[in-house]
Design a protein. Structure first.
Length: 240
C-alpha cells in the first residue's frame, strides 16, 4: 500500500522540500488526504449496505464533505450521546462555556446534568447567543470550555480556550482522532499536552444541520481534554 508521501512523490511533489520550506502547506495536504481516506472508507461501507454511491455524503463528519454537499457554515452537530458518555466518567467545573453551540445539542446535555452553561456561536442557529466570534474573545472565563469546534479552526479554538480559562481549569474538545497528526498540532501538543484523550471505541456521528435521522459515521472521534498548566504525559483511554 502506498503511503501519502509516496502518492505525493508520484504526483511530482518533492516531499522533503515541501516539508522543509512550507510545513503548513504539507500539513494541510496531509489533512485533506486523511479526510479523503475517511470519505472513501465510509463510501465503501455504505455501498456494501445500500449500493448507493452518494450515501457517503450523508454519513461523513464535519469537514469531510465536498463544497456542494456542505452546510454553508460548516455546521455538523455532535451526537448528544458523545457528551453523555463523557459526563458519565468525567466531572467539570460547574460553569461551562460552549462557544460553538449550534442548535444546543451539547449545551442541553450539560444543563440536564446541572451545569451552568454559557452558549454562544458565530452564527444564529436558533439557540444561545449568536454573533459571538470565540476566536476574538478576550474576556477571561472562570470555568471550563467544552465544544466540538469547526475542524479547520480546531487548533485555534484550543489555543483560545486555554488562553481564556484559569490555571487548573479544563478544555474538552470533540475531534477526529486524526487531530493527533500534523506538525502544527505537534507543536500544540508539545506546549500544551492534553491531560487525557478518550477514544470512542464505537462510531459516533456528526449530523449536517443537526439532522440525526440518517446520520452515520465511519470516522473515529475522541474527546481531547486539556488542563491548563498540565505538562505531563498524556493518558489514553477508551469509552463507548
Amino acid at each position: 500500500m502506498k503511503t501519502p508521501d509516496m502518492i505525493l512523490e508520484n504526483a511530482g511533489i518533492q516531499v522533503d522540500t515541501l516539508k522543509s520550506k512550507n510545513p503548513k502547506l504539507y500539513d494541510s495536504i496531509r489533512i485533506a488526504m486523511d479526510d479523503f481516506a475517511d470519505q472513501y472508507a465510509e463510501w465503501r461501507i455504505e455501498k456494501q449496505k445500500s449500493g448507493n454511491k452518494n450515501s457517503i455524503f450523508k454519513t461523513l463528519g464535519a469537514s469531510n464533505h465536498t463544497k456542494e454537499h456542505r452546510d454553508i457554515h460548516d455546521f455538523y452537530a455532535t451526537d448528544p450521546k458523545a457528551l453523555e458518555l463523557l459526563l458519565d466518567i468525567e466531572t467539570f467545573n460547574e460553569n461551562v462555556w460552549e462557544p460553538a453551540c449550534g442548535q444546543g445539542h451539547l449545551s442541553k446535555v450539560l444543563i440536564r446534568r446541572g451545569y451552568k452553561v454559557k452558549s454562544t456561536d458565530l452564527f444564529d442557529y436558533g439557540y444561545g447567543t449568536p454573533n459571538v466570534d470565540f476566536l476574538h474573545c478576550y474576556e477571561h472565563f472562570n470555568g471550563d470550555i467544552i465544544t466540538n469546534p469547526p475542524y479547520k479552526y480546531a487548533v485555534n479554538f484550543v489555543k483560545k480556550a486555554l488562553e481564556l480559562i484559569p490555571n487548573g481549569n479544563r478544555v474538552a474538545m470533540f475531534l477526529k482522532l486524526t487531530f493527533l497528526e500534523g506538525k502544527e498540532r505537534k507543536k500544540l501538543f508539545e506546549l500544551n499536552p492534553p491531560k487525557i484523550i478518550y477514544i470512542s471505541s464505537s462510531r459516533l456521528a456528526c449530523a449536517k444541520n443537526g439532522d440525526f435521522s440518517n446520520a452515520q459515521s465511519a470516522v473515529c472521534y475522541a474527546w481531547f481534554i486539556w488542563q491548563k498548566g498540565f505538562k505531563g504525559d498524556t493518558i489514553i483511554k477508551w469509552f463507548n
